[in-house]
Design a protein around this ligand. Structure first.
Ligand code: BDR
Ligand code: CA
Length: 314
């Protein structure tokens, strides 16, 4: 699975987003294990302009100035963008004022840049795609440049659920935001690890831990604390009362610490009808075929210990 210098090549496709921000922080703190080739943005938690601005600020803030940020799809394949302002704030980052940056997008044509960067990997090296937003860019990449599949080791994504949803009773936000794209990705024949609500609602920080972050003298810890305080207040109905699920960070911690998680093999189909079930991930247990590895267990104390230690290291 490892590539150059024994690190895993990854590409993050995101819509920051408070928990996307923590996933980026985890990536910055995992340089010994992960080689981040680039970051693409997709409209989801906020508009393309906002999430792209946030990705630029966040990569700079977490010391990843050298990492290219490219702009992807301005909206889902079929339906309009419906930002999750109530959950992530008007700015997408819980109204946490991050420093401005002079950094600019490397390319306005996100999927073309992704394609050329991935195809330029040396023979024998591949990339793990890490989508933490709607799957629009990934679907367009695979549909436009199917030959890129040979350079993709697997997809470790945040999205979906084998039971209920968080944006509707049936659907999880990232899949609900672009069900057609999600169906294309699940049907692409690539190995997928699904970090959906089955595991992410069990993977979070308690209010007291967030308050400690807010009081930190280190700016990265403090900023994450401020964002997560907003997120906790906005999502109190999800999962445990005083714990905020840090959905997107599960993808990165799974890559660096797979021993923290357990799961099962399933096949996934996405409900793309326009009824109440739209965006549901229909998961069928498949003990014999390895198609999607659905995470459903986490060692929470270890998850919290590692996440907090990595934030402190920034
Ligand atoms: C997912 O939806 C978004 O709001 C979060 O950033 C995360 O990717 C959780 O359902
Ligand atoms: Ca996200």
């Amino acid at each position: 699975m490892n590539d150059k210098n024994n690190k895993i090549n990854i590409w993050i496709d995101c819509d920051p987003g408070i928990d996307d921000a923590v996933a980026l922080a985890m990536t910055a703190a995992s340089r010994d294990a992960l080689h981040l080739l680039g970051v693409s943005t997709v409209a989801g938690n906020q508009t393309s302009d906002r999430v792209t601005g946030n990705a630029l600020k966040l990569t700079a803030f977490f010391g990843m100035d050298d990492v290219p940020v490219v702009r992807g799809a301005r909206g889902p394949l079929v339906r309009p963008v419906e930002p999750a302002e109530d959950i992530h704030g008007a700015d997408g980052l819980g109204n946490c004022a991050l420093p401005e940056t002079g950094k600019n997008v490397t390319s306005e044509s996100g999927i073309f840049y992704m394609y050329t960067r991935m195809m330029a990997l040396p023979d024998g090296e591949r990339v793990t795609l890490v989508p933490t937003g709607p799957l629009t860019n990934i679907a367009l990449l695979l549909r436009t440049f199917p030959e890129v599949k040979k350079k993709i080791a697997r997809i470790v994504l945040m999205g979906g659920s084998s039971s209920g949803g968080n944006v509707t009773p049936a659907a999880e936000f990232n899949i609900w935001a672009d069900p057609e794209a999600a169906q294309m990705v699940f049907a692409a024949g690539l190995p997928i690890v699904m970090c959906g609500l089955d595991v992410t609602l069990k993977s979070g920080l308690y209010g007291s831990q967030i308050e400690t972050l807010c009081r930190s003298s280190r700016r990265a810890e403090r900023a994450c604390g401020q964002m997560l305080r907003f997120y906790l207040d906005a999502t109190r109905h999800e999962g445990e009362e005083d714990m905020v699920a840090i959905h997107d960070a599960v993808t990165i911690l799974y890559l660096t610490n797979p021993e923290l998680f357990g799961g099962r093999n399933v096949t996934v189909n996405v409900d793309c009808d326009w009824g109440a079930e739209r965006g549901r991930t229909i998961c069928t247990d498949e003990s014999n075929r390895q198609s999607v590895y659905l995470l459903d267990q986490v060692n929470l104390p270890e998850f919290q210990r590692i996440l907090l230690a990595k934030l402190k290291s920034l």
